[in-house]
Design a protein around this ligand. Structure first.
Ligand code: COA
Length: 261
């Protein structure tokens, strides 16, 4: 078994994040593999739709925090950056089915999907601020563009969990469905899409993404530089240690000079 499973049937490539004991937290290797899967799927004419979900009752708890310490992303060419590029370039519909935890990248990566079905039990959260980090995947542009500045500030600067119902009200989710119906609902949409004329489907996706492509790419570049600095900083190191030691972080111990940088 791999950390990402794929299965192809009737034009639909099912992609499953598969680290259930870690709530499908994403390692560098998983970002790189997911970017490869998307690039291959884009080239393969047989693949019409990607259906994306997580194993074991969770979508993903975002970046693996131990991996932030072992493989902190650099400003250019990081696995996270490669995946962002792959999402931006991907020309076919992505249908996401999310449940359990959709935290960090588990929320922000969804901005690159075209349909997002969330089980009632889904816990969303963009907790970068609590880890002394900043937004990624172009979400510093795409989320304020969708929800407005005030609601984006609440999500990014407070970093608190929110419900699937709130996610739908914000426009981050297509529809909330009963937990038991999640994959059936997402699969039904993937099947409908797979029956559409493929050329027009790709052209339509390209057109509806056109206006946001440049700003998302630009935001991702700026985010990458800020992120690379923050992830190596004293505040973030304290946040990561606290998570791994299962204790609250103490940012008051961070020297003021470092905190202000
Ligand atoms: N990185 C590394 N390990 C993670 C993880 C992450 N992002 N998220 C969860 N895990 C691990 C936990 O450490 C735990 O491992 P253990 O069993 O070896 O102790 C296991 O996954 C199960 O998680 P747990 O915290 O027990 O589940 P929960 O249902 O109580 O809480 C979360 C789930 C997602 C709310 C909580 O794990 C969490 O806040 N994780 C961090 C999420 C985060 O900040 N991600 C953003 C990174 S940018």
């Amino acid at each position: 078994m791999s950390d990402i499973n794929t299965e192809f049937s009737e034009g639909i490539l099912r992609v499953e994040l598969n680290r259930p004991d870690k709530k499908n937290a994403m390692t560098s290797a998983m970002y790189t593999r997911l970017a490869e899967i998307l690039a291959e799927a884009d080239r393969d004419d047989a693949v019409r739709i990607v259906l994306w979900h997580g194993a074991g009752g969770s979508f993903t708890a975002g970046n693996d925090i131990q991996d932030f310490l072992s493989n902190p992303p650099a400003a250019g060419g990081s696995p996270q950056g490669l995946l962002t590029d792959a999402f931006i370039a991907f020309s076919k519909p992505i249908v996401a089915a999310v449940n359990g935890v959709a935290v960090g990248g588990g929320t922000t990566m969804l901005t690159h999907c075209d349909f997002v079905y969330a089980a009632e039990n889904t816990r969303f959260q963009i907790p970068f601020i609590n880890l002394a980090l900043v937004p990624e995947f172009g979400s510093s542009f795409s989320i304020p563009a969708r929800v407005g500045h005030l609601r984006a500030a609440e999500l990014f600067l407070l970093g608190e969990p929110f419900t699937a119902q709130h996610a739908v009200e914000l426009g981050l989710v297509t529809r909330v469905v009963p937990d038991a119906d999640l994959l059936t609902t997402a699969t039904a949409t993937a099947r409908k899409l797979a029956a559409k004329p493929r050329g027009a489907l790709r052209a339509s996706k390209r057109l509806i993404k056109h206006a946001s492509l440049g700003p998302v790419r630009e935001a991702a570049g700026i985010e990458g530089q800020e992120f690379a600095q923050r992830v190596r900083g004293a505040e973030a190191q304290e946040a990561f240690s606290a998570f791994l030691e299962k204790r609250p972080p103490n940012f008051n111990q961070t020297p003021a000079r470092v905190a202000a940088e």
